[in-house]
Ligand binder design. Sequence first.
Ligand code: FAD
Length: 625
Amino acid sequence: MSEQIYDIIIAGAGPAGLVLASRLAAAASALRILVIESGPPTRNDPLHTQPARYAHHLRPGSTTVHFHAARPSEALGGRAPVVPCGRCVGGGSSVNFAVYTRAAASDYDDWKNVHGNRGWGSRDLLPLLRKCETYEIAPDQPTHGYSGPLKVSYGGLFTEVGREFLEVARVYDTTRGETEDVNGLFECNKYGVRGKSTWIDSRTGKRSDVPHHYIYNRDLPNLHILSGHHVKRVLFTNGRASGVEYVPNTRFHPSAGNSNSEPLVAHARRLVVLSAGALGTPAILERSGIGARHVLAGVGITEPVVELPGVGENYQDHQVVFAYYKAAPEAHTLDGIARGDEAEIKKWSEHWHRDGSGLLAQNGQDAGIKLRPNTHDLDVIGESFRKRWLSYYAPAPDKPVLWFGVVALYLGDRAKLAQPADDLKAYAVGWFLTHPASTGRTHITSATDVDAPLDLHPGFLDSPEDMALHKWGYKLSREYARRMPSYRGEVLGTGIHPSFAPSSLLATRERDGPVPVDEPEFVYSEEDERALEEWIKANVSTAWHSLGTCAMKAREKGGVVDERLNVYGVEGLKIADLSICPANVGANTYSTAIVVGEKAAMIVAEDLGIALQEEVDDARVRARL
Ligand SMILES: Cc1cc2nc3c(=O)[nH]c(=O)nc-3n(C[C@H](O)[C@H](O)[C@H](O)COP(=O)(O)OP(=O)(O)OC[C@H]3O[C@@H](n4cnc5c(N)ncnc54)[C@H](O)[C@@H]3O)c2cc1C
């Protein structure tokens, strides 16, 4: 058995774990830090650095994403959803869609005031939200940063469907108005004047992932990243985390035998941090004997190290649905790149290499709104949502109810297409629930086998008010999409839209172009409503935003960590990833993962008595703004 000694061991190289590792390694050269990551390295690989290549990572057989199959769900009509998570150096930050959105201030304020975590309110986290970013979009915005490692821009090309979505909104929805900054934290329900921003560098067209901007570009000799290895469990000596057991990932080390082989050991003199994400971290804790007694007993651990019933509970996600429409042949979409069309990739690579522009420097998601219902919308949504609206949303005017917007590609199953043509150009008008009422859980099924599937129930649609919001989302989607000049009818195929009766006006048909913006809205019969519900059950899926499974709240309320990220009941063990979120955030989750990493770095630095370095202003960026 090989043994190694470090000061700090971090399990998982996702964005939160790597931000933490980078900040600490830069601040104290004497600290020896080891990060152990299940997946492969990502350095200078265009599949990671070119933002538009994200669909590649979601293909079957992907080596950079792990597909967690959940158990069949009654609320989904017996369907078993799949939750993919990034599994590579950078975690989700290296494979995600690079959509830049930020939570509502009140989301973080809830973490502080409702869940009792001092230091985690919006005013506490704002300096960290600024510290991580360089906002290339506009100068002097009060909540944005201008010297952080991660660049934020509009990307390399404004798609037709993005522009058209906003043009339709200006005429079709005159109630909400526009704003310069949809991500300023303190307001929502307005359309961005230029659309949506991205985690993309405007100068190079590169993805703003964490490895290339916090790790690979820095000289950190005291930081070692061991990729291709799974952390199996945490080791304890007299109630203190003293190291980890880990095994080679047989996918990258086939000669290592199986994942049950004799584990390797790394010792931590000062701290072990779990940063394996909302599905990885609770699994490591449970394999280490920390969790609910009945869950641990179920896998043969009869003597828990610490009994913490909250481990793996409180799972949350955003429940996304996409409704697809055919786009005009001349519209720019990411379909060719997503299909791996070499000529298309070569063409756009030339732009990308030349000046960071074009479709490869894009994510196809350049228009949308963080939406709240008005009085009329509340009537459309119906009574099942009213109570949640009054108790949760009405008192917090900065909280959206849906993210609603356009995505310039067909991301669905090609086997469902009526005509799986290679020249299909499509766009979705899709939505996700920003704070679904439904929650779920995840637990291990083996105490020893790191490759054993999880017992995962994400809980999609378990609460009826979530269904009501999805139905509203679809109704809006059809109305926006068919008014856009690039519209050429719905994408036809099996289950791509609800099975409305052929006599219904809503039935999908071949169409040549858009309807006038003042076209009357569709009216849904009871039969249409039923067809829509069945379709939502069949199509709602993860928004790839898992969180909350080791919540930061009081132990007696199911909490797993305290506000200093310490796991209850042991010493020397912290968690730094999205599993700590006590409640959801109304936005895509990358920015929150980075902020958790930045906050964890502050907390650990305070604990160890070291000073973190500040970011130095990038004068070149300032000159360009
Ligand atoms: C396909 C996809 C698209 C997304 N799109 C967007 C988007 O456009 N915008 C946005 O804001 N957010 C997006 N997200 C979400 C965002 O990327 C995640 O919320 C974020 O990455 C979570 O960060 P994390 O640090 O909590 O964990 P993760 O990113 O999940 O990282 C955890 C890491 O730990 C590793 N790990 C797990 N178990 C072990 C183990 N036992 N041993 C060692 N290593 C382990 C994993 O391999 C992984 O690399 C997307 C995510 C995905 C997957």
